[in-house]
Write a protein that binds this ligand. Structure first.
Ligand code: PLP
Length: 427
């Protein structure tokens, strides 16, 4: 054991990027916590594979209970609760959530218009939608020419524009195509843009389009009453996803998906081989989560979320979110006070998008400098940030949300960024 741990320390650890470091500000955070860890430990210790209710009844039932709790914390519509035909499920990732709901929507529409209409099915997204949707379309056999990517720009802070959706849907209908799936985002990956759910939902509902909302990162903030407004309009959706493994103290993997109509999922994904048959499933008395996801096997993931909710409670979780947003506001102020930098899009949650300002209007040079600054900052080994491109501008992203981050870490991070910038600018 000593030798193995020595090898871990000397050979493996040097190659690890410390996602749990308080100075990790890249991508979106990956949350971990004592409660999540304990829940995971119980899950691993029990080592159950809860694909059907019968394989471990508590695993299915706790998942239903905990997903209902979260739905209530987020004030999701009643139809997403397990008491009716809706319900929630824990997926491994937001990508899997998109995959299963798109497959469900595809199945539903093909059943009604005929199985050979695949080439007519159209998917709608924006140029800020996560690439998980594109991957899903590739897997699901959606024709690449029928994948609509609506343009966004700074005028709506990169949010999807309902009039563009309406226009695209009308054109597709005229061309004899079948609009069937819309993915909106609350908290886009590049810049936390929030798509206007209510307006988009009206268009989707009117045209029989499955409406999915990806709130992988920002959904967690919506447990706070003051941020709940960002999912207003969620009542118009067919499915909603948020990932506590990003920002709700629950370690990876834990991505929550709710649907209003569980039959649409099971009709698309269920199989019933002899070797899995049992009385409870045959009598349709229970949920078998194997029919809500891609793999068969599944671990007891709800234990870690249950532990987080039980040990911390909703008020502490709200304080946790608010503290990160407060730290992001602080970082935003630091950036705004430095004439060498600018804030690129208004901050909404705990991500700050900023960059070195262009000198003499030379955008190309400015982009190069921002890329150099990114490399220099990350090479320092003192913190880790990431980047994106918005309207052709290279933008630096500081995503605050690691559980251990405090004001002093934000102050130190800004000092490193400023020092590296001044070195670059005076070279
Ligand atoms: N959707 C959004 C908005 C994201 O920000 C991300 C990842 O950052 C994803 C989806 C993909 O998440 P996952 O790795 O859980 O599939």
């Amino acid at each position: 054991m000593d030798q193995v741990l020595d090898d871990f320390r000397t050979k493996i650890l040097p190659g690890v990027t410390h996602w749990q470091s308080p100075s990790f500000f890249a991508y979106y955070p990956a949350n971990s916590s004592v409660a999540g860890f304990l829940g995971e430990m119980l899950s691993v210790g029990l080592g159950i594979i809860g694909f059907s209710w019968i394989t471990s009844p508590a695993a299915t039932e706790l998942e239903m209970i905990v997903l209902d709790w979260l739905a209530k914390l987020l004030n999701l519509p009643e139809q997403f609760l397990s008491k009716g035909n809706g319900g929630g499920v824990i997926q491994g990732s937001a990508s899997e959530s998109i995959l299963v709901v798109l497959i469900a929507a595809r199945n539903k529409v093909l059943r009604s218009v005929g199985q050979n209409a695949l080439e007519k099915l159209v998917v709608y997204s924006s140029d800020q939608t996560h690439s998980a949707l594109q991957k899903t379309c590739q897997i699901a056999g959606i024709y690449p020419a029928n994948f609509r990517v609506l343009e966004t720009d700074a005028s709506t802070n990169y949010a999807m524009r309902p009039e563009l959706l309406q226009e695209a849907v009308s054109q597709d209908l005229e061309a004899g195509l079948i609009p069937f799936f819309l993915c909106a985002t609350v908290g886009t990956t590049s810049s936390t843009a929030v798509d206007p759910l209510a307006e988009l939902g009206t268009i989707a509902n009117k045209n029989g389009i499955w409406f999915h909302v990806d709130a992988a990162y920002a959904g967690s903030a919506c447990i706070c009453p003051e941020y709940r407004q960002y999912i207003d309009g969620v009542e118009t959706t067919d499915s909603f996803n948020t990932s506590p493994h990003k920002w709700l103290l629950t370690n990876f993997e834990c991505s929550l998906l709710w649907v209003k109509d569980q039959d649409s999922l099971t009709e698309a994904l269920s199989t019933n081989p002899e070797y899995l048959k049992n009385k409870a499933s045959q009598a349709n008395l229970v949920i078998d989560y194997k029919d809500w996801q891609v793999p068969l096997g599944r671990s007891f993931r709800s234990l870690k979320l249950w532990m987080v909710l039980r040990l911390y409670g909703s008020e502490a979780l709200k304080r946790y979110i608010r503290n990160h947003i407060k730290l992001a506001r602080y970082f935003e102020q630091l950036v705004s006070q430095d004439p060498n930098f600018e804030i690129v899009t208004p901050r909404i949650f705990s991500l700050v998008c900023f960059r070195l300002v262009p000198k003499e209007n030379d955008e190309k040079k400015c982009n190069n400098q921002n890329r150099k600054l990114l490399d220099a900052v990350n090479s320092s080994g003192k913190l880790f940030i990431s980047h994106t491109v918005l309207s052709g501008k290279v933008v630096l992203r500081c995503a605050i949300g690691a559980p251990l981050t405090e004001e002093k870490h934000v102050t130190e991070a800004w000092k490193v960024i400023q020092d590296e910038a001044s070195f670059l600018l005076h070279k």
